[in-house]
Design a protein around this ligand. Structure first.
Ligand code: MSP
Length: 513
């Protein structure tokens, strides 16, 4: 058998100082759609997510709750796992930075960094003094220019002024190399606008970064027991520790990553610091670093203080898992910032899920029930090729957008076809054909519609796995799930005479209170 192509995809590992919010869910759903699509393409996919559990922010939150950091992170990390399960996230592994395997790999990373030299022949790591600001909320160092009225603009708090002896990573020696590799296309930063931002950042000159902290909750440096790794230097290697770096068979199999996925807020860490670290470690670079936009709620940044945080569990309760995935994804142009509101989510649920798709399926199955005793009719005249033609171009565009990661455009294309099917029903008026006793034309119309629904079921599969399963089950073609996307996209695979099931309501309408 032909060896399948490997595909390694990661999300950020999320801080566990609280429970997951929809920002985390958004990234993880996008990752899941990409992972599922690539599995449909026949690739051997390894999809990784996890939790980032060290650092001052987590330690402080644990203390507030009167828990040890370990207990606190155990509880909160589980909350992420539960929500990911409910959202049908198909991750292959879940890494925690408190895992033994992570600890082991990180020690190896630090040992290697300590021995390494930069391209210019300097020690990669050296001891120095850091004097400046640190925002615990961001777990990151800040310069005066990062602050607005002396406060971190993201957390509205004045960062701590610290002066401490630290180990530094000589990032300043890596700017040219990173720039060159980005320009040469050795590593792709997506979208283009973000790539330019990163190049702009490098242009202003990269400064060395303090890579250790004088706090307790973290990974102690193997060459200095008094310091722990700054949380980012502990977190970034999760992408290789989960593959059992340095000697694990998964590391050999899946590295380099095909995609590191995240939002724009942390692109900087992944492009400059992570790439610098990897070069120092003599490890290949990831192929693509992809940053989506940030979303706001009702025009405002989501924040506990404003009280507009939308929790994934609220959406799950209201819409169910598939609709939550669909709504979050399709509301915002992928890669750009966007705004969501509960009203917009409700509207879209009713119009696109309950009306467009839900109605299509229930109408067509009801007609097949009434006119053909719940069997796929025989395609007799074979002269009406409207839906078949429309599907050809739908698949072409769908694949194009999926392959270029424009996921909301891909699902938009599928919805255009769903609407074409609804318009086709209105145009063909199967009830009139039935009334006139025109069984041949009626059979063609219903066949065309059922066959289109089969295609739709597979196109939505990465986005809404449960609904896809339901439709495939209604069509009684579960064996088709094993087929490749190429086979599935052929017209006419639905076999006349197949006994189909009784229709069910896929998306009950939301009633306005
Ligand atoms: N722990 C670090 C990441 C380390 S990766 C080696 C971290 N964690 S985080 O919990 O703050 O998560 C940041 C990520 O959450 C973002 O990059 C993005 O994927 C997601 N989002 C958080 N808020 C978001 C929005 N409001 N909108 C979209 N995505 C958001 O940073």
């Amino acid at each position: 058998m032909k060896k399948s192509e490997n595909f390694y995809l990661t999300t950020p590992i999320y801080y566990v100082n609280g429970k997951p919010h929809i920002g985390h869910a958004y990234t993880t759903i996008i990752g899941d759609i990409i992972a599922r699509y690539n599995r449909l393409l026949g690739k051997d996919v390894f999809y990784l997510t996890g939790t980032d559990e060290h650092g001052q922010k987590v330690a402080q939150s644990a203390e507030k709750e009167g828990l040890t950091p370990q207990k606190f992170t155990d509880i909160n990390s589980d909350k992420f796992k539960v929500i990911w399960d409910e959202l049908q996230i198909s991750n292959n592994d879940f890494i925690r930075t408190t895992d033994k395997r992570h600890h082991k790999a990180v020690l190896e990373v630090f040992k290697k960094l300590k021995e390494a030299k930069t391209l210019l022949g300097n020690d990669v790591i050296y001891k120095g003094t850091y004097e400046g600001y640190y925002c615990v909320g961001c777990e990151s160092y800040k310069t005066e220019t990062d602050l607005v009225d002396g406060k971190c603009p993201d957390h509205q708090t004045a960062p701590e002024k610290i002066k401490e002896e630290n180990w530094f990573f000589r990032l300043s020696d890596y700017g040219e190399l990173i720039k060159e590799k980005i320009i040469n296309g050795d590593v792709t930063i997506w979208p283009e606008s973000r790539r330019n931002e990163v190049l702009g950042l490098i242009e202003t000159g990269l400064k060395d970064v303090a890579m250790s902290r004088n706090i307790d909750w973290g990974v102690k440096l193997p060459f200095d027991e008094n310091q722990v790794a700054w949380v980012w230097f502990d977190a970034l290697p999760n992408y290789i520790s989960a593959l059992d770096y340095p000697d694990g068979k998964n590391f050999k199999k899946y590295w380099p990553a095909d995609i590191h996925l995240m939002a724009k807020d942390i692109l900087k860490f992944h492009t400059v610091i992570w790439l610098g670290m990897l070069d120092a470690l003599k490890i290949d670079w990831p192929k693509t670093i992809m940053a989506h936009g940030f979303f706001t709620v009702d025009g405002q940044k989501m924040s506990k203080t404003i009280g507009n945080v939308i929790a994934p569990e609220d959406l799950l309760k209201k819409y169910g898992s598939d609709a939550t995935r669909f709504l979050l994804l399709s509301l915002i142009p992928f890669g750009q910032d966007g705004d969501i509101s509960c009203e917009k989510l409700d509207e879209r649920y009713n119009s696109e899920l309950a009306n467009d798709l839900g109605n299509l399926v229930s109408r067509v199955f009801n007609m097949a029930d009434k006119y053909f005793t719940r069997h796929v009719p025989k395609y007799l005249l074979d002269k009406d090729r409207f839906l078949e033609q429309d599907l050809k171009s739908t698949w072409k565009q769908y694949k194009f957008y999926m392959n270029s990661y424009e996921l909301n455009k891909a699902i938009g294309i599928v919805w255009d076809h769903v609407r074409q099917c609804n318009a086709y029903i209105e145009k063909q008026k199967p009830w009139e054909l039935f009334g006139a006793g025109d069984q041949d034309n009626l059979a063609d119309v219903i066949y065309n519609l059922l066959e289109s629904i089969r295609h739709i079921a597979f196109m939505i599969r990465p986005f809404m796995p449960e609904t896809s399963d339901k439709i495939i089950n209604l069509l009684n073609i579960t064996k088709e799930k094993k087929r490749s996307l190429k086979e599935i996209s052929d017209w006419g695979r639905l076999i006349p005479g197949t006994k189909i099931k009784k229709p069910e309501i896929l998306f009950p309408r939301l009633i306005k209170k």
